[in-house]
Ligand binder design. Sequence first.
Ligand code: AMP
Length: 249
Amino acid sequence: MNQDRPAWLHGASAECDVLPKPPAVITRLVLLGPPGVGKGTQAALLHDRLGACHLSTGDVFRNAGSRPDGGQTPAIREALAYMRRGELVPDATVLETVRERRACLHCRGGFILDGFPRTVVQAESLQRLLDQERLQLTAVINYDLPEAAIVERLAGRRTCSQCKAVYHLTERPPELAGRCDLCQGALFQREDDEPESIRVRLETYKQSTAPLIDFYRKLNLLILVPASGTADEIYVRTMSALSVRPLRS
Ligand code: AMP
C-alpha cells in the first residue's frame, strides 16, 4: 500500500512503480470537487482497488513543510504561506512540482490525481504534459456535496502524521483516539482546516477550480458522483460510474 508515496512526495528521479504485476486495466483519473468532499479518502480506496498511484499536490507541500526549516527551498516556504491562509499556491510553483515528478505519471497501474489541477491554467498544462508523455486520462470524477456538509467534514477531519491516512472524528473515527489504525502514527488537524481558512478555501474553489467542471465536460471526460454518505458508499458509486464508462488507456 502507498507504494507510490516516496517518489511522489520527495521528487521523482526515484522509481515510482514497484507493483509486482501490472493490473489488467490502467486507470488514469483526476478527482475534482471542493475541499473536504473526500477526494483524499476516495483516492486511497481507488489506489488499493485499482493499483493506481495516488498523487496529491497538497500532500507534497505538507510533506515539504514538515521538513526542518533549513531544508525548505524559498519556493516551498512561499507555498506554505499560501497554504496556511487557505489560498492557492501559484500555478508556476505547482506546475514545477508536478513536472519534477512526471515519472510518477507512468506508474504501471496508472495514477489518481487528487487536488491537481485546481485552475484552468493547471488543467491546460496537464493536458500538454500528458500529450508529451503520450498518456491519456481515463476520466475526471467530480464529487459534489452541499456546502454545510463540507464545512462539517473539514472541521472533523484528522490526518495521520506518518502515512497520511485520513479520519473523521464522527464519520470515520480511528479505533484508538488520536492514533492511526494503519501505522499508529499521531493524528493531527490540518492548519488550513481552521474556520477562517475553510471559508477562504471554499471561496477559492468556486472562483478558480469550479470552472474545471466545464473544461473537462467539453473534453468528454467528466463523471459526476454525489459525495453524500459514508466513504464506502461514495466508493461504490464511483466504481459503478467508472464501470459504465468504456475505459481508455
Ligand atoms: P489539499 O490537500 O489538496 O486540500 O491542498 C491543501 C493546500 O495545498 C491547498 O489549499 C493549496 O494551498 C495547496 N495546493 C494543493 N494543491 C494545489 C494546486 N494544485 N494548486 C494550488 N494550490 C494547491
